[in-house]
Design a protein around this ligand. Structure first.
Ligand SMILES: Nc1nc2c(c(=O)[nH]1)N[C@H]1C(S)=C(S)[C@@H](COP(=O)(O)O)O[C@H]1N2
Ligand SMILES: [Mo]
Length: 201
């Protein structure tokens, strides 16, 4: 009886912010990097949005800071099963950048590239409508280098491998094109609430 009572209680106290199969990492934010961590000079770094757009555009670090700033407050979920709950990031909404380039109607996917060559892919509708950001602060402080500083992509409603660190280019495409982890078996969308960890999930 005691065991059943305990089981029932732990189930009912599971944090509703945790998607299935995830655990709360507490205050600890793990680092997951496939390549060597680059040392980027923000004054030489640029962000380009190109592909199927009316007018491709490149922003410098300074350009980005002149745009309306936007904050995300919420959770992030890594496919290796940790979630970091109730955290915050600051930067610009991707809606602001996409407004400037004006995606053409055929644009349906985005292929994301980091300065290191890391890549990932997302449906365009998953980075519009207040769902994705280019961020350079975490909890009000500059984004640490190992977490993608100076600048990373943040798409918190999908597994965190979509949130490319040291992002430098977003290319809008008509057809989906797999990135680094997707080619290695990870899911093309990666919705943590549907546990889309691997191709076929
Ligand atoms: N450039 C780059 N971005 C990346 C990765 C990477 O290896 N390289 N790993 C991804 C994965 S699998 C995760 S879980 C998160 C980890 O971000 P963090 O190290 O800041 O926790 O970054 C994603 N973005
Ligand atoms: Mo990850």
């Amino acid at each position: 009886m005691a065991t059943r009572g305990f089981t029932g209680r732990s189930r009912s106290t599971r944090d509703p912010r945790l998607p299935p199969g995830q655990y709360d990492t507490g205050r600890d934010w793990p680092v997951l990097t496939a390549e060597a961590t680059p040392r980027l000079d923000p004054d030489r770094w640029t962000l380009t949005v190109d592909g199927i757009v009316e007018r491709e555009h490149t922003w410098t670090w300074q350009d980005l800071h002149l745009l309306p700033q936007s904050e995300y407050e919420g959770d992030i979920h890594c496919v290796t099963t940790w979630s970091l709950l109730g955290t915050s990031f600051g930067g610009v909404s991707l809606d602001t950048l996409l407004e400037a380039v004006a995606p053409r109607p055929e644009a349906a996917y985005v292929f994301v590239t980091s300065t290191t060559g890391y890549t990932t892919n997302l449906p365009l509708e998953h980075i519009t409508g207040g769902k994705a950001w280019i961020v350079w602060t975490h909890e009000g402080k500059p984004l640490p280098r190992e977490h993608g500083g100076p600048v990373r992509l943040l798409v918190p409603h999908l597994y965190f491998w979509k949130s490319a660190k040291w992002v430098t280019k977003l290319t809008l495409l008509e057809h989906d094109k797999q990135g680094f982890w997707e080619r290695n078996g990870y899911h093309d969308l990666g919705d943590p609430w549907r546990e889309q960890r691997y191709q076929g999930d």
